[in-house]
Design a protein around this ligand. Structure first.
Ligand code: 26V
Length: 766
């Protein structure tokens, strides 16, 4: 950065905080540095906005962007310079780590959206994000006696210097009972190299008129306040992935709110260019990130009909601009909305959905394909019927969509289905979070891999070079030392860096089987105590996960793992061999510290359940072997790296289907005394759930009712510990080190640049 930039920082400090650098708070300096950088990029950003080409609107209820400042400076090529300039002035920029992440997403789906925007800007595709500017993001997690406690995530506590409010581009969104103003906040999305800057536009809901004077005159202060709250409540908080029904109405309002605002915005921009509405498909494409933005389709049809088009033409036009990505086959996650509610809140949208249903009845009179059934609208069906393309997020997942989830649709429209395997941005998930490994890579293969990740292949030959293996291992050790210090400071648990770091970091869900991992810890715990694991290499089990607030069993599993951690870490018989930690408030910034320090990447979902996974890719790039099932993108990780370089276990999708025909968890439990003893710790007094009943409920999920051990924890347990023990034996050997190198070397496919180019070519045609 030049002289001008630091002058701007200093004058911003003076103007906004009335202090110089020596006396300013971290938050004030953060603000000034960010704003000075915004000024620096303003011209490029403006130029990119007016690109005359076709633009893509990525509609997503979630963008889990994390911390912006380091990634932005890195992509501008200014991070080292800024660090040096600030150090000269007595400021350590790592203090900006105290600034909260923008956690405007739950997990995989939201983080994917953030990676995709960054890649779009990097490969130079005009891709803009549209979403909601939640006042509160995903809850912050604390533990109280080992129980998860949710706290409000006030991510704007230190301001929001990375966005501009654009009042002049506000739009109105109408519900049957009231109207709100959608106010856009624009964040720059800076591509690697800084040449392209796209926009993430997040809508905030506000009252249409700032003040109701009539009400004020008649002293109806409570009415004023109520109206205000009603409007602002729409973008007040991000919904956690919950299966509960509460809050459905507000959720529906959220979905329509941002879909409508985004579509209005793009149509308005199109008209401002003086272009005819019938040609909008030559200038705009929409990607619907899961079903949350699907209201955009009937809203689009409504708006172009307002421009004078007939329904049929409007429908055909919609079909040429919308595309849809599915992210899960989990039944309870497929959105179905009560039409009674839609009619009540959004009568015009309900009418258009009904017209669409009439159209499909005419086209397919047998009723196999439908949008509305039993007065319930199936949002995924709307997206498939009224869109050009539908994609799954990994090869296996897309096959499952075609074969079962959307089989009837696939038969009717095979040409609409395609796969686009997920990816992650190598800038944040390798270059930035692991500068040590990045330096080694650059030393070996030269610069440029950051934006051309297939070049990592050139590392493959070094897998056979003992020196490079050792260098890899030394870096891994260094990252473990760094993580260990951080975890000790934050969690008060000591993880010796010479232990194996075995990590499972992802949302907590029964299908992801954190419980099976917990059981495996108890397996080693008992065996070590009995002297049966003489050669077991010391292992630290690291968990990071949030459970949806209303997901009772997920919270029970968190408490269970925390109870295990307590017991194991304090037992002198085993704590030279085992450590367990459940890190608090796992988020993007924590992930950036964890991924580079992992020796083992746990990807152990029941086959068929994890659509793709993206954490698996982040671990791989950082030289970590996968301990996993043949699920999601794990399959492709094996394809790329060679299955012999991962540790694969468990039932495959086909085997799961077979096993489920007559599955009996009791039989497994009764025939395996070691496993029985482990499972029984849930209710034999080994652990205390403080009278909550949670552990009993977790145990019942394995046996009780129609869905006994729905996710085959007991079934896969033996093969899991078989693979885990094999990994433990191999660890540290020359061959194991080679596997680590081969994982990084073969991670090229999993760059989100590749995913975005796939979308551009096969879906958006830009
Ligand atoms: C939704 C819900 C809604 C209600 C019940 C509980 C529940 C549990 C999970 C979900 C998933 C929402 C969609 C999602 O985040 N899918 C993830 O998308 C990632 C990016 O494509 C992918 O890598 C993950 O495998 C997939 O789970």
């Amino acid at each position: 950065m030049n002289n001008k930039w630091i002058k701007t920082v200093e004058s911003l400090l003076k103007a906004n905080s009335g202090v110089d650098m020596q006396h300013a708070s971290t938050s004030a300096i953060y603000h000034a540095v960010s704003r000075a950088t915004m000024a620096e990029i303003a011209d490029t950003w403006q130029k990119c906005k007016n690109a005359p080409k076709k633009r893509v609107g990525y509609l997503s209820a979630e963008f889990l962007v994390g911390r912006a400042i380091f990634a932005n400076l890195y992509n501008l090529g200014k991070l080292d310079e800024v660090r040096a300039i600030m150090t000269e002035r007595g400021v350590d920029i790592s203090s900006f780590e105290d600034i909260e992440d923008a956690a405007l997403g739950n997990g995989g789906l939201g983080r994917l959206a953030a990676c995709y925007l960054e890649s779009g800007a990097t490969v130079g595709i005009p891709l803009d994000g549209y979403g909601i500017r939640y006042r509160y993001g995903l809850f912050r997690q604390e533990f109280e006696n080992g129980f998860q406690k949710e706290c409000a995530d006030d991510w704007q506590q230190h301001g929001d210097p990375w966005s501009y409010r654009r009042d002049d581009e506000s739009v109105l969104v109408k519900f049957s009972d009231f109207t709100v103003r959608a106010v856009p906040y624009d964040m720059p999305v800076i591509g690697y190299g800084g040449k392209t800057i796209n926009t993430l536009r997040l809508w905030q809901s506000e009252q249409p008129d700032s003040f109701d004077f009539a009400a004020f005159d008649s002293m109806q202060i409570d009415k004023i306040a109520k109206d205000n709250i009603r409007c602002e409540s729409i973008s007040y908080a991000l919904y956690p992935n919950d299966s509960t029904e509460k809050g459905r109405i507000l959720r529906l309002r959220q979905e329509y709110f941002f879909a409508s605002a985004s579509v209005q915005d793009l149509i308005r921009k199109h008209k401002q260019k003086g272009l005819p509405i019938e040609k909008i498909n030559e200038y705009v494409a929409f990607q619907l990130n899961d079903t949350h933005p699907v209201f955009a389709i009937p809203e689009f049809i409504r708006l172009v009909m307002q421009e004078g088009m007939r329904f049929e033409d409007a429908f055909v036009l919609a079909r040429s601009v919308f595309n849809f990505t599915n992210h899960t086959i989990l039944g309870e996650a497929l959105e179905r909305l009560d039409m009674k509610r839609v009619r009540k809140l959004l009568p015009k949208i309900a009418k258009i959905l009904t017209m669409m249903q009439a159209r499909i009845e005419k086209e397919f009179p047998d009723g196999k394909l439908f949008l509305i059934k039993d007065d319930t609208v199936h949002m995924a069906n709307v997206a498939i019927y009224a869109g050009s393309k539908i994609n799954g997020v990994a090869a296996l997942h897309t096959e499952i969509l075609k074969k079962s989830t959307f089989h009837d649709w696939y038969e009717a429209y095979p040409e609409r289905f395609l796969n686009v395997t997920n990816g992650v941005t190598p800038r944040r998930w390798l270059a930035l979070c692991n500068p040590e490994l990045s330096a080694l890579i650059t030393e070996k293969i030269g610069d440029g891999w950051q934006a051309d990740l297939e070049r990592l292949k050139e590392l493959e030959k070094y897998a056979d070079d003992p020196e490079v293996r050792r260098a890899f291992a030394e870096i891994k050790h260094l990252k473990k030392v760094q993580l260990s210090e951080y975890v000790y400071k934050k969690e008060g648990v000591l993880l010796p860096p010479d232990f194996i770091f075995d990590v499972q970091a992802k949302r907590l869900h029964e299908y992801k089987r954190q419980l099976m991992n917990a059981f495996s810890i108890l397996y080693y715990y008992f065996r070590i105590k009995e002297g049966k694991e003489k050669d077991f290499k010391p292992t630290a089990f690291i968990f990071g996960a949030k459970a949806a607030p209303a997901y009772y069993n997920a919270k029970g599993i968190i408490k269970f793992i925390n109870a295990i951690a307590d017991k194991v870490n304090n037992d002198p018989d085993v704590n030279d061999k085992l450590r367990v930690v459940f890190v608090t408030d796992y988020n993007v910034s924590y992930a950036e510290k964890i991924m580079p320090a992992a020796d083992i990447s746990e990807q152990i979902s029941m086959a068929g359940m994890e659509a793709s996974g993206t954490g698996n890719m982040k671990f791989m790039l950082n030289g970590t072997v996968t301990l996993g099932t043949m699920d999601g993108a794990n399959v492709e990780i094996c394809e790329e790296a060679g299955r012999e370089n991962e540790y694969i276990f468990g039932a495959t999708v086909e085997e799961v289907k077979e096993i489920k025909k007559n599955y009996n968890p009791w039989a497994i439990y009764n025939s395996d005394p070691e496993l029985k003893r482990i499972v029984d710790t849930l209710d034999d007094g080994t652990f205390d759930d403080q009278g909550s009943g949670m552990f009993r409920s977790v145990k019942e999920s394995l046996f009780g009712g129609w869905s006994a051990d729905h996710y085959l924890v007991l079934q896969d347990f033996r093969d899991y510990v078989r693979a885990k023990s094999e990994l433990n034996r191999d660890y540290g050997s020359e061959e194991f080190l080679a596997k680590c190198v081969r994982n990084t070397a073969n991670g090229g496919k999993f760059s989100s640049d590749r995913s975005i180019l796939d979308y551009a070519e096969n879906v958006w045609k830009v």
